[in-house]
Design a protein around this ligand. Sequence first.
Ligand code: NAD
Length: 499
Amino acid sequence: MADLKVDLTAPNGKKITLPTGLFINNEFVKSSSGTKITSINPTNEQEICSVEAASAEDIDKAVAAARAALNHESWRDISATERGALMFKLADLIEQESDILATIETWDNGKPFADSQGDVGEVISTIRYYGGYADKIHGETIPTTSQKFVYTLKQPIGVCGQIIPWNYPLSMAAWKLGPALACGNTVVLKPAEQTPLSILYFASVVVKAGFPAGVVNITNGYGKEAGHALASHLDVDKIAFTGSTATGKQIMKTASINMKNITLETGGKSPLLVFEDADIEQAAKWAHIGIMSNQGQICTATSRILVQDTIYDKFVNEFREAVKTTSKVGDPFAEGTFQGPQVTKAQYDRILSFVESGKSEGATLTAGGIPCPLNGKGFFIEPTIFTKVKNNMKIYREEVFGPFVVIVPFKTEGEAIAMANDTTYGLGAAVFSQNLELSHRVAARIEAGMVWINSSNDSDIRVPFGGVKQSGIGRELGEAGLAAYTQTKAIHVNIGQKL
Ligand code: NAD
């Protein structure tokens, strides 16, 4: 145990003692294979530290711990109110540690410090929101005949495997842990290998909050090993996944081995429609937030902007102005930075390859599209705008996952809807218009799990979040998020029927 932590000094001067083990049964332990993940600071490309990475054998141990906890009276039999109280305690402790958690997040992921503080705030709210639900989850009685009494129980699904991405490491963990714990499940959570650090500090807070051993297990590891071991495990009852559509499809196949319950939240190429009667300045500002915040690494990023032809030039100018005045790229710990580095070299290379693709297919690079390193280092890319984009181009069809947008004109409402829906994805969408009838009519016809009218990406933890088509299955957040973590059992009671 002694060597399973490291003393670090963050770029903002904060001293942090970080556990580096796999978190199983409320203890930090070594990986059985000796495999490690080395975390790189995307701002200066230097190593931060190495942490243990789970093998299939370690996943076995974590699943066994979660199974034992599920069946142990300390979790199975505590009242739902006590379960909620544990979650409130956890939220309070996270609040006390929020500066350290936000520091680790920015260091490891590259997002601006104010954004990390916002993410930690969301973690606290999410845990509290679902903690409040813990003792308000109940079944119903169903009238049938006078000789029968029927009631239903809402029971936990069981051992839940949760596989999360690197774009919001702590928030994604909270979105999944909150409802799972409120409903009485136990969890093995596998963070993304690109951002393994903040969740380890979070794990130490779980112990302090007093959760029984094995209720929450956190196993850093690589997707193809640890992730696959979890998705294919015969003693795991559910997999909840957020990440790419390709991996989501793979996980769906793998999870079929024992017909696991699944929730998937995958990719998007979300449209943002601007009609000619819109408040163009507001539309441009929201459109900027919708694609450029979090370095463009948002699954619901409104990455295809469709603008009515009569206002197209005016909108493009306003949008460029919003980028120029707001998108300050630089040190994520510096005050006023809007955009930090991309999370990894791989993502940085991928985005630049989309820039090349756009140019070679004949689109016009209107702004950005080039690296902008800090002191010669870091995975920074200037906010990128392409115009003169055709609907068969790769940059119009594929998710880039960076500060990268295409702006395309449309003529009529019908054409706008057809263009919005011309994608295999269906996660988010935004509509800008001051016409009430038009905006609600269009919102109803867009194939997406979420539509914002006159805003973009101002999601809320109290509101269901998820996609249609190849953007996912099921919903997270809001009351709807509880459905993913409960199953309904029907109890039939004979009160007089004689044979
Ligand atoms: P990914 O889907 O490969 O990884 C997401 C998570 O799945 C990680 O924890 C990873 O370890 C795990 N994983 C990978 N392969 C697995 C497997 N075979 N079995 C089980 N788990 C597995 O995403 P990525 O490689 O980090 O990013 C690639 C692209 O995914 C991005 O460019 C972006 O388009 C998209 N992405 C989307 C989201 C989102 O929120 N929708 C988040 C991150 C990435």
